[in-house]
Design a protein around this ligand. Structure first.
Ligand SMILES: NC(=O)c1ccc[n+]([C@@H]2O[C@H](COP(=O)([O-])OP(=O)(O)OC[C@H]3O[C@@H](n4cnc5c(N)ncnc54)[C@H](O)[C@@H]3O)[C@@H](O)[C@H]2O)c1
Ligand SMILES: C[C@@H](CO)CCC[C@@H](C)[C@H]1CC[C@H]2[C@@H]3[C@H](O)C=C4C[C@@H](O)CC[C@]4(C)[C@H]3CC[C@]12C
Length: 369
């Protein structure tokens, strides 16, 4: 099949295309890629919204499959031009075993790479994470750093460990010969905390606020900056990379890029209030209402409760030692590498990202007003 974009781009695979980010990637591809002829959406759980896509000009195929099953991945990837791999298990709450996280995130990514090599797919875009860098186990701040900022990237938690290993596999695969003898071109994108329509944790905070009578209580100092990026801009960056990898293989192959936009630098809680505030919630306190040692104690208690209750039920609250450390450690990026390498500019301004997110929270059932 011709891979010259003048004749239309043959198959694009969106692995994990039914997830929070994946759905935005799929919709962005359909909106912003006039050359797209065929889109395969590969996911363990297919969403009902896929049906509406099947009537458009692009041939959309939904494939229910598991990235841990090499043959299923190979069948989905065969003959495709590019794979955008956003499939993964995002779990920092102890819902899933470390073995399963490793299996899906690391072995799953290995299967995607091998599928590209065996079937002759030349371009692979991988969704990595800021957590490949940090925050590290020492809780050292990463203040407006870029892709070259020195930082001791040491992790113990299964999720960042799996993302780091998978990213390494993807970068090492750059240049491998695929079926037909041409080199594989790979690239990893590292979003910070993504927000926007469909963000489950934002939904959880909103519901928690409603349960607490329209209030949330400050737990993290306002001075701790946490990197956030709008889902539409993350999706746009994936689409641009998928498009440009072919033309700028020498420059972009084997590279990592932080995902960034013009979202403001704020603490995790203050940032959430940009959306939850206009939906009727209030963040109580200018300083943390509980002393840090008590939060550490409660986080440790939650781990104990999770362990004790495991035979009976899954207890996975937002607060645990890892999420507390993440929320309490400054980690923000400031970079223009994506602009320099492939002309990325955010598609959505901060105002638009904010408005869209607020509209979505307002539409989430039940309003505080
Ligand atoms: N959400 C964030 O803030 C954030 C930040 C940085 C990086 N990321 C990365 O972005 C990617 C997408 O994250 P998300 O927030 O959209 O998560 P998500 O859970 O909403 O989406 C992941 C998708 O992968 C699919 N999936 C899971 N296991 C699978 C398997 N075995 N086989 C096939 N599909 C499987 C899920 O069904 C889901 O549709 C992940 O790789 C994650 O590590 C997310
Ligand atoms: C102590 C609580 C008081 O309100 C606040 C807890 C907040 C945490 C639940 C979240 C703080 C930072 C978040 C993570 C961060 O945004 C980046 C991530 C990277 C990505 O690859 C997956 C999601 C996440 C780990 C994200 C998860 C939720 C937080 C830990």
């Amino acid at each position: 099949m011709a891979s010259d974009s003048r004749f239309g781009r043959p198959g694009t695979v969106a692995a994990g295309g039914c997830g929070f980010l994946g759905e935005h990637v799929v919709r962005m591809l359909l909106q912003q890629e006039p050359q797209l002829r065929e889109l395969r959406i590969f996911d363990l759980h297919l969403g009902p919204w896929l049906e509406e896509l099947k009537t458009g000009p692009v041939q959309v195929t939904a494939i229910q499959g598991d990235v841990t099953q090499a043959h299923e991945v190979a069948a989905a990837v065969a003959g495709a031009h590019v794979v955008i791999h956003t499939a993964g298990l995002v779990d920092v709450f102890g819902k899933t075993s470390p073995e399963t996280i490793h299996e899906v995130n690391v072995q799953g990514t290995r299967n995607v790479i091998e599928a590209c090599v065996q079937t002759g797919t030349r371009f692979l875009v991988y969704t990595s994470s800021m957590e490949v860098v940090g925050p590290n186990v020492k809780g050292q701040p990463f203040y407006r750093g870029n892709e070259n900022t020195p930082y001791e990237a040491v992790h113990r938690h299964p999720y960042p460990c799996s993302k780091a290993l998978a990213e390494q596999l993807v970068l090492e695969a750059n240049g491998r010969k695929v079926l037909g003898g041409l080199p594989l071109v790979t690239c990893a994108l590292r979003p910070t905390g993504i927000y926007g329509e469909g963000h489950q944790i934002m939904r959880d905070f909103y519901h928690q606020g409603l349960r607490l009578g329209g209030r949330l209580f400050r737990a993290i100092p306002a001075s701790v900056e946490h990197g956030r990026v709008y889902v539409g801009n993350v999706a746009w960056m994936h689409v641009l990379v998928a498009r440009e990898l072919e033309h700028r293989a020498a420059l972009m192959g084997g590279q990592v890029y932080f995902c960034y936009d013009n979202s403001p630098y704020k603490s995790y809680e203050d940032f959430n209030m940009e959306f939850l505030g206009p939906c009727g919630l209030r963040l109580v306190g200018t300083h943390p209402l509980l002393p840090y040692w008590l939060l550490v104690f409660l986080a440790a208690l939650n781990v104990l409760l999770q362990w004790l209750l495991r035979p009976l039920l899954l207890y996975a609250p937002l607060l645990n030692p890892y999420t507390l450390a993440m929320a309490n450690t400054t980690f923000t990026v400031s970079t223009d590498k994506a602009r320099r390498h492939f002309g990325y500019e955010p598609l959505f301004s901060w105002e638009e990202s904010r408005t869209r997110t607020i509209r979505w929270v307002q539409a989430v059932e039940g309003s505080a007003q």
